[in-house]
Design a protein. Structure first.
Lengths: 263, 296
């Protein structure tokens, strides 16, 4: 049983490992068949990448992802808390709205944003990207944090109110400090969703605000299939993702399904 | 209403209002703009078409007679059906295999998650490598075995299948993870009782475990179904909708109409239909899961 599981895991991961290994190969080595298990590894692909425009795109990706995460948390966390505590009949329709905006095909937002950004001069700007990333990240925050607050007993803040704290103080001094793990997981997921975006950046950026995923694809189109560099770029994009995902692996299910199933 | 409850309500409104206001501006307003655009024949190369409402339904009537759209919906149905079916079956099989208390298997669960958390563009690059005969280890193996296999993504018989394989690889961890989560909640007494009655492992799975997880399977399937409508990076990188229109799903067709051919009005009409389908499916999920119906 266990042996079977190990074999399957290796099989399932081989495409991914192949790309990883490829990023350390010279072009001649990439085209060699049968491949050598022990080949002289090279960092040339990474060096070439780091001296090109790719560095700017990588920085753009970082800035946009961090900014959109921060804004989403600041606006979304109080709302998640209030929606958790407030029994209102509007709750169900707000849930549908949030779910639908998470589920909407990106093209539904891309067309109106593209048209509006032409007038607002937000095409090819980092601000423009941060704004459109809010469409999924703000919903994600509410969606992740609300079930989290549902699990925190109300008696916590009620005790503080009896001691004379205002509602706002109850939230900031009692609830927020207890939200650490939930906030960290939510922040990481927001970062990842923004970091992973390809479609919005493909359409709404050209050069200045181009993000790393779009930049890698441009290697495919214009530079005559530089496989080593493509592999190195892909590896650099997935590295932060793998590290962060490992940290939040417990929260992946609720992040993707909004607490429908607790993992 | 007492003063305290009023204060409470004011506080809740104060907390929720910014989010709702921002969401309204960034999601509702654009959706309305999309709807409005779908009633115009907007073409970016002809600026005078921007707010032309003389024939509001022209794009929608064009939808009905567009064979390429019909083809894209059919491709979408095939892609959705096969990816959801494969992801559910592989996910369940793996979850059953890994649902044993053991250090090694718990570590493997994390390993299996990798395809799902990879950035979609990296997944697309990985499969581009595998499907490009010159550098593909898969084609290398075929050659060593003396088989002549065509380049799958440019072969009419294989193009859609190759997308389905890549998409299944990317998302089987999702169903696996959800099923595993559900299996942890399966009461041990239920299994024990069945064992006492002499049930075989196969009967246990068939009559106890599977019925227990069918709710989760439904939700996981619905989530994957909605997501399959959004398939983009794989198709963009691997086949570009081709060969011909064989892998052109509706979402991709809408993208081409808008950003390759500049027919934003027509593309908006397609997208409105897609969006309506998504909202309907989201509503089904909400009914299935029962969010919002909370007892306090």
């Amino acid at each position: 049983m266990q042996a079977l599981a190990v074999v399957l895991a290796i099989l399932a991961l081989s495409p991914f490992l192949w790309l990883l290994v490829m990023s350390f190969k010279t072009n001649a080595e990439i085209f060699r068949w049968p491949p050598r298990l022990f080949f002289p590894p090279t960092l040339d692909n990474y060096a070439a990448l780091w001296t090109s425009e790719f560095r700017t795109s990588f920085a753009n990706s970082l800035v946009v992802s961090v900014a959109s995460t921060a804004v989403s948390l600041v606006i979304g966390v109080p709302a998640a808390y209030a929606l958790s505590r407030w029994t209102t009949r509007a709750g169900a329709s707000i849930t549908l709205w949030i779910l639908a905006s998470r589920m909407a095909p990106p093209i539904a937002f891309t067309i109106p944003y593209f048209l509006a950004y032409r007038y607002l001069e937000l095409l090819d700007t980092l601000t423009g990207l941060v704004l459109i990333y809010l469409t999924f990240n703000l919903s994600l925050v509410i969606w992740m944090m609300r079930p989290f607050y549902d699990q925190l007993p109300r008696s916590l803040e009620e005790a503080a109110w009896i001691d004379g704290a205002t509602m706002w103080q109850g939230f900031t001094r009692i609830i927020l400090p207890l939200s650490g793990p939930g906030l960290a997981a939510t922040a990481i997921l927001c970062f990842l969703f923004a970091w992973n975006d390809f479609f919005f950046a493909l359409i709404l950026t050209r050069t200045d605000a181009m993000t790393a995923p779009v930049a890698v694809v441009n290697f495919m189109n214009y530079e005559g299939w530089e496989w080593g560099r493509i592999a190195a770029g892909g590896t650099m994009i997935m590295l932060p993702v793998l590290v962060f995902s490992f940290i939040v692996r417990r929260y992946l299910v609720s992040g993707l399904t909004g607490g429908a199933i607790k993992g | 209403m007492t003063k305290a409850i009023k204060a409470q309500h004011r506080f809740f409104v104060f907390c929720v209002a910014p989010s709702l206001a921002v969401l309204a501006v960034i999601t509702l307003l654009p959706s309305l703009y999309l709807l409005v655009t779908s009633f115009t024949p907007l073409n970016l190369t002809r600026p005078e078409t921007a707010w032309d409402f003389s024939e509001p339904l022209v794009s929608y009537s064009a939808l009905l007679s567009d064979d390429r759209l019909g083809n894209s919906i059919w491709v979408q149905i095939k892609l959705s059906f096969w990816t959801v079916a494969l992801q559910l079956s592989i996910g369940v099989a793996l979850a059953l295999l890994l649902n044993v208390k053991s250090r090694l298997l718990e570590a493997l669960r994390t390993v299996f998650l990798i395809p799902m958390v990879l950035p979609p563009i990296v997944v697309a690059i990985i499969w581009k490598v595998i499907y490009t005969p010159d550098i593909s280890p898969m084609h290398g193996i075929f050659r060593s075995l003396g088989l002549s296999v065509p380049a799958l993504i440019t072969d009419p018989d294989w193009a859609l299948t190759s997308i389905i394989i890549a998409d299944t690889w990317e998302w089987f961890p999702f169903t696996m993870l959800m099923v595993l989560a559900a299996l942890q909640m399966l009461p041990q007494e239920l299994l024990d009782a069945a064992k006492v009655d002499g049930a075989s492992p196969w009967q246990l799975t068939r009559h106890v475990t599977l019925p227990f997880i069918q709710g989760v399977l439904l939700v996981a399937g619905l989530f994957r179904l909605i997501d399959s409508i959004k398939a983009f990076p794989l198709i963009y990188i691997l086949t570009d909708g081709g060969p011909g229109n064989l892998t052109e799903v509706t979402n991709y067709y809408s993208f081409l109409q808008a950003f390759n051919f500049s027919y934003l009005g027509f593309s908006s009409a397609i997208t409105v239909v897609l969006l309506a389908a998504t909202i309907a499916l989201s509503w089904v999920i909400i009914r299935a899961v029962g969010w919002g119906v909370r007892v306090d």
